[in-house]
Design a protein around this ligand. Structure first.
Ligand SMILES: Cc1cc2nc3c(=O)[nH]c(=O)nc-3n(C[C@H](O)[C@H](O)[C@H](O)COP(=O)(O)OP(=O)(O)OC[C@H]3O[C@@H](n4cnc5c(N)ncnc54)[C@H](O)[C@@H]3O)c2cc1C
Length: 310
């Protein structure tokens, strides 16, 4: 029979490692399961400027290992595996991974979310080198340079407006003729001189040498192809929370994010969520770390009292 952990955390991002650190520091038998690499989404971020305690910022690829080291110094165990499904066995949470079964008294889901991808040449190659999913994180790298935003929803317009603080021009490319974004954002975007729109347009390739220099675009109505000179490409086609493996055992909102209360508790006793995967997350590192701490402290209280209500 596999070990039964006090706390199992799924996801090795800011939320997960913070939760794991708090669990291990309280001397709870705590395991973190990560499928890819320590750090989560922020591994793609060239320079993190807004995480407290780093006055000169920190590179994303350094930040992840630092999170991991600090948590493991406290005694956190880590397993590299992908969690594929969740079941309940009485009060125990049973996870099937691609490397065996894991059983836990409490479970903290910190699996973040993934950007919907374009699946075009150059997208992966230039991620962090001209392709970004975070205007507030990376916008300043495109000072006085032209950028493209892809999408027609709130995120695309919101981020496009934010980028006008830095970029010389923001072209918003949308595959339809009408935006999905709320009216207020549409009005703002239309009245901002630095923003122009390309309707009925899709991006076929992102190209450059070392960094992004231009994109190949196509008018979906006429089939006409052309090249647009840009230094940055910001695709905002939506976010998909990584919650599919929960098998309906935890209530989700309409977007697939995990519903939690202020203590990060789900409706299922012993299961908590933290970070980008939870409902109404502001999707920042600092808030994700805060969620992780809250979730772990709530899990510890549950282990002590067996009470799920506040
Ligand atoms: C390019 C980029 C730049 C950013 N820059 C900044 C910034 O400068 N400042 C800032 O505050 N925020 C920034 N953000 C946002 C920030 O990265 C997120 O808010 C934060 O990473 C969320 O942390 P998390 O721990 O909730 O999730 P994630 O960081 O998404 O971590 C989730 C982890 O769970 C793992 N996982 C998922 N499913 C499974 C599974 N089934 N089994 C095992 N493991 C799984 C993933 O591999 C991942 O490592 C940026 C985001 C991006 C994409």
């Amino acid at each position: 029979m596999a070990d039964i952990y006090d706390i199992v955390v799924i996801g090795g991002g800011a939320a997960g490692f913070t939760a794991g650190m708090y669990g291990a520091r309280d001397r709870r038998h705590t395991l973190l399961i990560e499928k890819f690499a320590a750090g989560g989404q922020v591994l793609n971020c060239e320079h993190i400027e807004n995480y407290p305690g780093f006055p000169d910022g920190v590179a994303g690829y350094s930040f992840g290992p630092m999170l991991q080291q600090q948590a493991m110094n406290m005694g956190l165990e880590m397993k590299m595996a992908e969690v594929q499904s969740l079941q309940l066995d009485g009060t125990l949470k049973v996870l099937q991974t691609d490397d065996g079964e894991v059983r836990a008294k409490t479970l903290i889901v910190a699996t973040g979310s993934s950007f919907t991808t374009l699946n075009i040449p150059g997208e992966e190659e230039f991620l962090g080198n001209g392709v970004s999913h975070c205007a507030s994180c990376d916008g300043a790298f495109f000072m006085d340079q032209p950028v493209a935003v892809i999408g027609g929803g709130d995120a695309a317009l919101d981020e496009g407006l934010h980028l006008t603080q830095y970029a010389s021009h923001v072209t918003i490319l949308h595959r339809r003729e009408e935006l999905r974004a709320c009216q207020l954002l549409q009005e703002r975007a239309h009245s901002t001189e630095k923003i122009s729109f390309r309707w009925n347009t899709v991006v076929r390739a992102i190209e450059g040498e070392g960094t992004v220099q231009h994109i190949q675009i196509e008018d979906v109505k006429t089939g006409e192809r052309s090249q647009l000179e840009v230094s940055g490409v910001f695709p905002f086609l939506g976010l998909t929370p990584n919650t599919q493996f929960l098998n309906g055992l935890v209530p989700l909102d309409e977007r697939g994010q995990i519903l939690v209360d202020l203590c990060m508790r789900t409706a299922t006793p012993g299961i908590l969520a933290a970070g980008d995967a939870r409902h109404a997350s502001v999707r920042q590192l600092a808030s994700s770390a805060g969620d992780g701490a809250t979730a772990a402290l709530t899990a510890i209280r549950y282990l002590q009292t067996n009470q799920w209500e506040g």
